[in-house]
Write a protein that binds this ligand. Structure first.
Ligand code: ATP
Length: 239
């Protein structure tokens, strides 16, 4: 299920957060949405989910705008920055509550806990979780609806190397199942080994829509990180 984006724009006062974004996010691969702080990544993802209203443009998910999807939670799973469980709530109860609210069968809760490796700590309160465990719980919530489209805002943020490796394997597995996986990061290094395709944003503009290998090839002898810095040099917020 592809995501088709056409002429998407969002302005906050004098800041143009997203500037005429047109692209297609394809199924069956991991697409990285990468750009420096303030590039417009979160605003873009929020517009995909209908949480922020665009000034112009459209987003269609499998041909339908999010707001018109018949089964939104079974179509798009999302992890947004700061989407956290109440600290006093046990991990399993948090997911049961989300499943109940979204009319998702209860057995999915144990399935997603297993998939993110939290089964053993499912009875612990979310407030006692490490950053990495909390991140896994957020990903479990995104997986609850078994959706073909997954939008993950900075899922690698704060993970240790083992966590980074784990998430890489998970995302690649989800794409191999044919899902559309869109994952944002401000660090190219986090996505280099995970993404098949990259959308590079800078100050709201799409600077590159390219395969990871093509970007490296185009950069000549540069590493991917250097190619990214060269591409976004003009777009860094504070220089
Ligand atoms: N609700 C808002 N009100 C005003 N300005 C906003 C709002 N949301 C975002 N912005 C501005 O829009 C621009 C893009 O922000 P956005 O959060 O989408 O970027 P980002 O790429 O996700 O950045 P980061 O990596 O820092 O999270 C920034 O200049 C930001 O300050």
């Amino acid at each position: 299920m592809d995501i088709e984006v056409n002429g998407l724009r969002k302005r906050y006062g004098r800041t143009i957060a997203v500037d005429d974004l047109t692209c297609t996010v394809r199924a069956g691969r991991v697409t990285g949405l990468v750009g420096p702080n303030g590039a417009g990544k979160s605003t873009t993802l929020r517009m995909f989910l209908g949480l922020t209203r665009p000034d112009a443009g459209t987003v269609h998910i499998g041909g339908t705008p999010y707001a018109s999807l018949a089964h939104p939670l079974h179509t798009v799973g999302a992890l947004l920055d700061g989407a956290a469980a109440h600290p006093g709530r046990r991990a399993r109860d948090h997911l049961r509550w989300l499943a109940h609210a979204g009319r998702i069968p209860r057995h999915r809760v144990d399935e997603v806990l297993e998939r993110v490796g939290l089964t053993a700590v499912a009875r612990r309160r979310a407030g006692t979780f490490s950053l990495g465990m909390a991140q896994r719980l957020g990903i479990a919530a995104a997986l609850l609806g078994d959706a073909p489209v997954l939008l993950l805002d900075e899922p690698v943020n704060g993970l240790d190397p083992e966590g980074v490796r784990w998430i890489r394997t998970l995302l690649r597995g989800l794409a191999a199942e044919g899902r559309t996986v869109l994952v944002s990061s401000h660090l190219m290094s986090e996505l280099a080994d995970t993404a098949d395709h990259l959308l590079v944003l800078g100050r709201g503009r799409l600077l590159a829509d390219t395969g990871v290998r093509e970007l490296i090839a185009a950069a000549g002898t540069r590493t991917l990180e250097e190619a990214y810095f060269a591409l976004t040099a003009e777009a860094v917020e504070f220089r």
